[in-house]
Design a protein around this ligand. Structure first.
Ligand code: AMP
Length: 298
């Protein structure tokens, strides 16, 4: 059941809410081994915190489809290729805990960096080349860093199902591959993108936008909608030109990439034969903040 409570309500009523918080691997593993014996299904939502309604939609789904829901909060340093982005990444653990309690999340795993990386983990994963497209071109080693942490977390939490947002579409495809390639026994569930009323995809980074930048940011979704509409009548090249021209004409937004790719292989699509295969993915800088989004063409 979902509670719409204010912060004051929660602190007043906190004695009736219950969420266990683990900070160490040994403690959560002990809890999990006890529960696995009872054949309890675990739904897992890995996050980097600064939770918003997008994350909460994943928690809601994990709760609905499993006996218990575990959320992790860990800002994974090795998936950042930009020091400044890592330093400025929003961290609001207390507020996150309040939100998780309000939606009846059962367990929070919030390890420290030392706990997750007592020694550096230099494992290199074969991600089938899926890590080389789009984000991979601009964020060197990003997906290897994601694979390292997600695999580690799966080994600790042993979830039956793990929930990922379609906002990070390439991440979803990479993780599905990782799980198949390394025979990890978990079902990966893709969850819809949650948006603001004006269309901007929710992101922890949105909080760092200035008022002017926030006002222009919904243009990202608008241009994706326009690209989809144009896909019915125009060629891939025409759509790409339209997107880059319109974005670059806007103040405060700079296009990093816009690609129309095959949803499974992530390879560029030159000519659209089947809309159901196509997804358009975009990365832009709004001021200094890098935002990504995507749209299915079907
Ligand atoms: P993050 O904390 O950014 O690593 O995100 C944790 C999970 O939440 C990832 O699976 C994201 O894809 C997902 N997520 C982030 N933003 C949204 C959104 N607007 N809608 C749905 N899922 C999201």
């Amino acid at each position: 059941m979902r509670h719409n409570l204010t912060l004051q309500d929660i602190s007043r009523l906190s004695f009736i809410f219950y969420m266990q918080i683990f900070y160490t691997i040994s403690k959560i593993k002990k809890y999990i081994s006890e529960h696995k014996n009872k054949k309890i299904s675990i739904g897992f939502v890995p996050t980097m915190g600064a939770l918003h309604k997008g994350h909460i939609s994943l928690i809601d789904r994990a709760k609905a489809e499993n006996d218990i829901c575990i959320c992790s909060i860990f800002v994974n340093p090795i998936q950042f290729n930009n020091k400044e982005d890592l330093l400025n990444y929003p961290r609001h653990l207390e507020n996150d805990i309040t939100q998780l309690i309000a939606v009846n999340c059962d367990i929070l795993f919030a390890p420290s960096e030392k706990e997750m990386y007592p020694v550096p983990d230099n494992t290199i994963y074969n991600l089938g080349g899926l890590d080389k497209f789009m984000e991979g071109k601009f964020r060197l080693n990003h997906f290897n860093g994601v694979a390292v942490i997600v695999k580690k977390l799966f080994e600790i939490v042993e979830p039956n199902r793990a929930y990922f947002g379609a906002k990070d579409f390439q991440q979803l495809v990479v993780i599905k591959y990782l799980v198949k390639k390394y025979s990890i026994p978990v079902e990966i569930i893709s969850c819809n993108i949650v948006r603001e009323d004006d269309g901007l995809a929710l992101s922890s980074r949105n909080a760092r936008l200035t008022k002017e930048e926030r006002a222009i940011a919904p243009f990202i979704h608008q241009i994706l909608l326009k690209a989809k509409e144009k896909s019915r009548t125009n060629s891939v090249n025409e759509i790409k030109n339209m997107v880059s021209e319109e974005i670059n004409a806007k103040p405060l937004i700079k296009l990093e990439y816009f690609e129309i790719v095959n949803k499974s292989t992530l390879e560029n699509i030159e000519k659209i034969d089947d809309f159901s295969d196509c997804i358009a993915c975009i990365a832009v800088f709004v001021g200094n903040i890098r935002l990504i989004d995507n749209i299915n063409f079907l």
